[in-house]
Design a binder for this molecule. Sequence first.
Ligand code: SAM
Length: 275
Amino acid sequence: MENKTEGELYIVATPIGNLEDITLRAIRILKEVDLIAAEDTRQTLKLLNHLEIKKTMISYHRHNEGIRTENLIKQLKDGKKIALVSDAGTPGICDPGEDIIKECIKENIKIIPIPGACAMINALVISGISTKEFTFVGFLPLNKKNRREKLEEIKKANKTVILYEAPHKLKNTLKDLSTILVDREIVLVRELTKIHEETIRGTASKLQDNVEDIKGEIVLIIEGAKTKEIEQLDKMTLDEHYAFYEKQGIEKKEIIKRIAKDRNVSKNEIYIKFI
Ligand code: SAM
């Protein structure tokens, strides 16, 4: 009887900037596997050259995930050991990975995680914001309706919220956040593990003034809504609710908009009470 070895898929975390951030085990696995499936083979080649590893690579990115998954599953069923890597950090976290993992589960193929860098976890642990409970949103949707819904979820979230953001979209994101978050602290962590690593703290509106020419890769850690604050808003009279926002220097039009949102009523209903 043929003694066929079983295929294995390794989900290998790679550095998010500093090339030293790779584990000994990850290096060994990258050396031992038959094939590396990489989000961008040119990017991974830089890492392999640095580690002095020569290995066959195949591209595995958003636009060929479907077809490549099929091909990789076939090779895994033939007993191949394959490492999946993304451009940076942990595959599957805002990077390709989910599809092939689901297929492996269906096909009963062993999946082995090789832990390492992940931007959101490292930003979270240095933020000083609660790590007890958190929700990872990734990139905010660009579609208007989906974005509005996600922002509404963030407004209500009573746990830490983590966002990924690109520098050219940051200003717009902070502007959107400033319209829904009262005075929640936000920690902007950028360029983790790199020369220009930096942490900036503030509220959404304060941060807006500090990010004019910001560059690099960014994680936003947002303090959870204080449950008490939400409860307090619910218990306030309309005048107290108005005064609560007024004290923060918010303009009348915006106050009316926020009260209407908090109370789930139309802006007009609030507006006529304050003319
Ligand atoms: N798989 C990656 C991980 O494990 O974090 C995330 C990949 S996602 C396509 C890229 C986003 O991750 C960037 O836009 C940024 O928000 C965040 N990111 C990646 N590297 C980072 C770094 N060195 N510093 C800050 N954020 C980073």
